[in-house]
Design a protein around this ligand. Structure first.
Ligand code: CA
Length: 222
């Protein structure tokens, strides 16, 4: 669970600069290419965890790039485009893209969608953080040999924090990524869920796994 690497293929330098800043601030490594051919070779070289792909590039069109990427890799592809019509969307998803965002968009929304894609890709692979093991396929958590029975939401929250052990996630980030639009804005629901997870880990013998960062949020011990 090292830093995730995002490849941005986008010829608009204002957008790509902004994305690089926002993504790096969110703890990602970023590689940027400003045309399709360079993007395809960078995808082979850096083996990114996810590709953010602009549809309107000077050399190859986005659908073609998505198709070529799909021949060699299962890495998630999130398309950026000025077009917001249904036929383009269908074409993109058919060409192997995983998600689609119309410009102009807010960087936070792109990052939330990136995290959704990255979480989906962790399904099937068991993750370990210290003595804690998470099996996303069976949705089971173990502390050493003892199973920690979490509610679905507690499980989602724990998985989210485990994206990057050591990284501090703000309450806002947690709300946005674990609850999305369902959350009443003034709720202390994150704190309550963290307390529940801690209690359940403690019952299984696990202490000190989740760190509180006062005034900001929470981190899994990295
Ligand atoms: Ca463009």
């Amino acid at each position: 669970m090292d830093k995730k690497h995002i490849l941005i293929i986008e010829d608009d330098l204002d957008i790509s600069r902004l994305l690089r800043l926002e993504l790096e601030e969110s703890g990602f490594d970023v590689t940027h290419c400003d045309n399709g051919m360079r993007g395809l070779s960078a995808a082979r070289e850096v083996n990114p965890d996810l590709v953010v792909l602009d549809l309107g590039l000077p050399d190859l069109n986005g659908a073609e790039i998505a198709r070529r990427l799909r021949k060699t890799t299962e890495t998630p592809i999130v398309i950026l485009t000025a077009k917001d019509d249904v036929s383009t969307k269908v074409e993109m998803l058919n060409s192997g893209a995983d998600d689609y965002l119309a410009k102009p968009f807010h960087a936070d929304e792109l990052i939330a969608r990136i995290n959704v894609q990255l979480r989906r890709r962790t399904i099937g692979s068991t993750q370990s953080v210290g003595p804690m093991t998470i099996d996303p396929t069976r949705r089971q958590v173990f502390w050493d040999e003892s199973e920690v029975k979490l509610s679905p939401r507690e499980f989602e929250l724990l998985i989210y924090l485990c994206n990057q052990p050591g990284r501090v996630y703000s309450r806002e980030d947690i709300e946005k990524n674990v609850w999305g639009d369902e959350l009443p804005p003034s709720s202390n629901v994150v704190d309550v869920h963290i307390a529940n997870i801690r209690g359940k880990l403690r019952d299984a013998g696990g202490y000190g796994m989740i760190r509180t960062v006062r005034g900001i949020g929470y981190a899994i011990k990295g």
